[in-house]
Design a binder for this molecule. Structure first.
Ligand SMILES: *Cc1c(COP(=O)(O)O)cnc(C)c1O
Length: 367
């Protein structure tokens, strides 16, 4: 029996026939951008996240870029101002900052959370720092209370990267409602995924929401009137229709991911393998279930031989990418260790208990 890492085909099938019906309706409407589907999705997703505003955009990276362009249009930030960001994130987070003309300042995570190390943030703050950008990596919530307190003390904005954490709850509130603004990705394999690219910005700041919408539509505040040099980044009607269908099942899907994760946690007992420290499991939406071992490549080969597909998130840290060679001089030992040791097990709301057990057995047999 083969166990895929995550089968998008099976995920799509599991939403039928409703998914095809929604696509047909959007197709038949004759209106494909910035119409009713987008409007309804934005309203529902804002409500879901607990914010007053949601703006659909083209993808998760644009969501972050547009937030920073909006703050620049508001005069809150200027060219080359600094944004503190975890060094072990998906490279899109860092490119999202750079593309907005700002400077990412890479911060180490903690080894047992893989989220930004709050203790390390303060020494990175300079007179040019304007924001902290926590990433809720693997679906685990960053320590938002401490981050928001620090941001308040230093008058910094907090911009959340929620691309891996749709529906995750930190303390009593969903992620995406803790910061001043948040970016979401609906890349197909995210917990809430479209059938193509998609993204959103959530915020309680009316002006940020307005400017993100304007800047994502060539800077157009009224048809053919351009106050800013914006970009083109909109959520299309077909994707919004797909997301409206899939959002209805997001909480159930996240609960099933938690049940799978609990089985992994209870079942994996190989002394060669380290799991992340448990948090209140209600918080985590387990976008990714990571294992850590210095024998990572051997473990991956063993699991492949057992018919189990795994992925690495991520094999090369951003500061060692050729595209980001300006950061190559940095010494980030915790980040480098995470990238050297991480292996992601199959994780999907459609995994059966038998499949999960098969993965656990294979992991425990590794010597
Ligand atoms: C997926 C992802 C992004 C980028 O989202 P896209 O929609 O692919 O642009 C950004 N940050 C994180 C943490 C991600 O996982």
């Amino acid at each position: 029996m083969k166990i895929p890492y995550y089968s998008l085909q099976h995920i799509s099938d599991s939403f039928q026939p409703e998914l095809s019906k929604a696509i047909s309706t959007a197709t038949a409407s004759g209106w494909y951008l910035q119409g009713k589907e987008n409007e309804e999705f934005e309203k529902t997703f804002a409500q879901y996240c607990g914010t007053t505003h949601c703006v659909g955009v083209g993808n998760g990276m644009d969501a972050l870029t547009l937030i920073f362009l909006a703050y620049q249009a508001m005069g809150v930030m200027g060219a080359q101002d600094e944004v503190i960001v975890p060094a072990n994130t998906c490279i899109a987070t860092i490119i999202g900052i750079l593309r907005a003309g700002l400077t990412p300042v890479l911060c180490e995570p903690t080894l047992d959370s893989c989220n930004i190390d709050v203790e390390q943030i303060e020494r990175l703050i300079t007179p040019r720092t304007r924001a902290i950008l926590p990433v809720h990596l693997y679906g685990r919530c960053a320590p938002m209370e401490a981050i928001c307190q620090l941001a308040f003390k230093h008058r910094l904005k907090v911009v959340e990267d929620c691309a891996q954490a749709h529906g995750a709850i930190y303390k009593t509130r969903k992620v995406g409602s803790w910061g001043d603004a948040a970016g979401f990705s609906f890349y197909p394999s995210k917990n809430l995924g479209a059938l193509g690219d998609g993204g959103a910005v959530t915020t309680n700041d009316k002006e940020v929401a307005r400017l993100v919408r304007v800047l994502g539509n060539y800077g157009s505040s009224a048809k053919y009137v351009h106050d800013y040099m914006g970009i083109n980044s909109r959520l299309d009607e077909v994707q919004a229709a797909v997301l409206r269908v899939k959002l209805k099942r997001l909480d159930d899907d996240n609960n099933r991911r938690r049940a799978v994760a609990q089985r992994y946690i209870n079942g994996i007992s190989n002394p060669l393998i380290r799991l992340l420290a448990m948090t209140n499991s209600d918080e985590n939406v387990y976008h990714i279930f990571p294992l850590f071992t210095p024998q990572r490549d051997r473990l991956q080969a063993h699991l492949t031989a057992c018919g189990i597909q795994t992925l690495i998130h991520y094999p090369i840290p951003p500061h060692h990418q050729k595209a980001l060679s300006r950061f190559a001089h940095l010494s980030l030992p915790i980040t480098e260790q995470i990238h050297r040791e991480e292996l992601s097990l199959p994780m999907s709301p459609l995994l059966t208990n038998e499949e999960v057990q098969q993965v656990i057995d294979a992991v425990n047999q590794f010597v």
